[in-house]
Design a protein around this ligand. Structure first.
Ligand SMILES: Cc1ncc(COP(=O)(O)O)c(/C=C/C(=O)C(=O)O)c1O
Length: 359
């Protein structure tokens, strides 16, 4: 058993044959104390759990190590998923490591560069459809029902088993001082559900006594779960044409909405949406205050924190963990679009000296 990472929690994971474990040493990601950003926001205890530090750069690796290990146990040959990008990147990597065939369905033209490069380079069969993620998921679920592939979207419960270790690690890293609140970006709604499951299991097994408020953040153009929460409902009205620059969470019909709403209601949590501009501002603030570079969807948790503080929903003396779900390198185009342009000069020391004077 490894000291850190997903498999540290072997006893909590549904795997029989340890020989079959497929791992890229996922998990064990940093939990950064963010004093600069905390001060800026008037918060005493702000942490960022940076899932961008996983092997393929997102939290999906936690779910895939368990999901692909189960596929190995089941003797599966072909695995597949629909994806806004990170699921496909992660499945492509873990299926390559397991020697399995992999097919991924992506919404054409809506997948960030880094994720597409990963899925292609790991050797998955990459199919881009002229439609959105929800349509891609519907198609790949039909392939699974026809027995053509083993589905590894987060409708597959083994994915959530791996991802619940985010909750375990946060407890361990805070020496079991349970945070008051966990803030998570929400798309297909598997991750917020999984993290809640992790905290509940640690409570049931006596590791911790308290439970955090689960707070889900969506983009304004893709917020079916936020809308349900505001109606105090347990059902959603799917968003037909979800739109956001945070393409990872550009999802209108989240498969895990029942579990996500249960996590939010049972924990006394909250759900809120943020604009694309708020996401981009938060993404930049986190990088420039704390040196943490995350992709747009991940910054939704920071943008949501800022908005809920302004709204008075979140108290300044809460101990808060924002989960940042994907590495900033996944979407270099978004980062360049949101930055000042580089200065281009001749190799002239006088010009350079004039620049450094004004830095
Ligand atoms: C960076 C990032 N942040 C947040 C989410 C939302 O997590 P869920 O609410 O568990 O879906 C995703 C999800 C991505 C996919 O759904 C996919 O890759 O197909 C993500 O990549």
């Amino acid at each position: 058993k490894r000291e850190i990472g997903v498999w540290r929690y072997l006893e909590y994971l549904p795997v029989e044959n340890l020989e079959k474990i497929v791992s890229l040493q996922e998990g064990g990601t940093p939990l950064y104390r963010c004093k600069n950003l905390g001060e800026e926001l008037g918060l005493k205890e702000l942490y960022v759990k940076n899932e961008g530090a996983n092997p393929t750069g997102s939290f999906k690796d936690r779910g895939m190590t368990v999901g692909v290990t189960k596929a190995e146990e089941l003797g599966i040959d072909v695995v597949g998923c629909a994806s806004t990008g990170n699921t496909s990147a992660s499945l492509a990597a873990y299926s390559a490591r397991a020697g399995k065939k992999c097919i991924v369905l992506l919404p054409g033209g809506k997948v960030a560069l880094g994720k597409l490069a990963q899925a292609m380079f790991y050797g998955a069969k990459v199919v881009q459809i002229r439609g959105n993620f929800d349509e891609a998921l519907e198609m790949v679920r039909k392939l699974a029902e026809d027995g053509k592939l083993y589905l590894l979207n987060s409708i597959n419960p083994f994915r959530l088993e791996g991802q619940k270790t985010i909750g375990f690690e946060i407890c361990d890293q805070l020496n079991w001082k349970v945070p008051d609140r966990i803030i998570v970006p929400v798309g297909n709604a598997g991750n917020i559900s999984a993290i809640w499951k992790g905290f509940k299991e640690f409570k049931e097994t006596g590791i911790i006594e308290d439970l955090p408020k689960m707070t889900g953040i969506q983009a304004e153009g893709a917020k079916p779960i936020v809308d349900a929460f505001k109606r105090n409902s347990r059902s959603i009205v799917p968003v037909e044409n979800p739109e956001t620059i945070a393409t990872a969470i550009r999802i209108g019909n989240p498969v895990n909405y029942p579990k996500a709403l249960d996590a939010i209601y049972s924990s006394g949590g909250y759900a809120e949406s943020v604009s694309d501009r708020e996401i981009t501002e938060a993404q930049k603030l986190l990088a420039r205050k704390e040196g943490i570079f995350v992709e747009p969807a991940s910054a939704a948790s920071i943008a949501g924190l800022m908005k809920l503080l302004e709204m008075g929903i979140i108290d300044k003396d809460e101990r808060i963990v924002c989960v940042t779900t994907g590495n900033g390198l996944k979407d270099p185009d978004a980062a360049i679009r949101a930055s000042e342009r580089p200065i281009e000069i001749e190799c002239d020391m006088e010009i350079l000296k004039s620049i450094i004077e004004k830095i």
